[in-house]
Design a protein around this ligand. Structure first.
Ligand code: TMP
Length: 237
């Protein structure tokens, strides 16, 4: 499959048309941003890791468990064929352990293990800084239908169950993560975007060392090594 014209360039990926109107090619970059693009940098090798990790988790872990995703075929280290979707403009965040904006918003320390996972939604809108909203707001803004929101919620918890158990076998606690969903041309909701150290908080379950983009966001150093370590545990390399 060949890349045709570039349709879109985001903060971490480029998207290209293909000869098939139902399929796109995504190309993962090493560019990293944080705080809605305010902080910019490069994480060398990140594009390769995020591409391969996301494809592995969607294609080998989630699809076999019945979670529909946009993943079609990995073309090479940085490029993947995905189903064309209309992205639902909601960032869906699941949390198992307190961290990040949750800890800040509610004035609690990081590292509190929840009895049950939490779910929250943000309106995917960079100009507004992705404001938090609830499902009533999402309905009022016509971002998704009631049925779509129910589907998205149940898929997100299913993804959490699968990912959390799988990362645990690698000695990693899945602290929290962000998902995006899309609609196929027939309206079917599928998991889209990526699952990577950019979009998940991953802590070593013994040392609690951070193995994710927080090393970049918080200037902790060892960013590349952390991404490599996740890749090594996941794919044995
Ligand atoms: P938060 O604690 O900053 O709200 O982040 C929750 C999770 O969502 C964390 O794993 C990082 C991920 N995330 C993104 O993937 N993109 C974003 O723009 C933000 C703010 C968070």
């Amino acid at each position: 499959m060949e890349k045709l014209e570039q349709l879109y360039e985001g903060k971490a990926k480029k998207v290209f048309a293909t000869e098939n109107p139902e399929l796109l090619i995504v190309s993962y970059k090493d560019d990293a941003t944080a705080f809605n693009g305010l902080k910019k940098g490069t994480i060398s090798g990140k594009g390769v890791i995020n591409n391969r990790m996301s494809n592995f988790l969607m294609g080998k872990l989630l699809e076999p468990k019945g979670v529909a995703t946009h993943f079609v075929e990995e073309l090479n280290d940085r490029e993947t064929v995905v189903k064309k979707v209309q992205i639902v403009p909601l960032e869906v965040i699941i949390r198992n352990i307190s961290a990040g904006s949750f800890a800040k918003r509610y004035g609690v320390e990081e590292g509190i293990v929840f009895d049950e996972p939490t779910i929250e939604f943000s309106y995917k809108n960079d100009d507004l800084g992705d404001p938090l909203l609830n499902t009533y707001h999402a309905l009022a803004l016509k971002l998704a239908t009631k049925e779509e929101i129910e589907t998205i919620k149940s898929m997100a918890f299913q993804v959490n169950d699968a990912l959390k158990a799988y990362f645990k076998t690698l000695g990693i606690d899945l602290v929290d993560f962000k998902l995006e969903f899309g609609r196929l041309s027939d309206g079917t909701i599928v998991l889209a975007d990526e699952i990577s150290p950019d979009t998940c908080r991953l802590w070593d379950d013994k040392t609690h060392e951070k193995l994710d983009k927080d090393r970049f966001r918080r200037d902790l150093g060892g960013v590349e090594d952390a991404y490599q370590e996740v890749m090594r545990r996941l794919m044995g390399e």
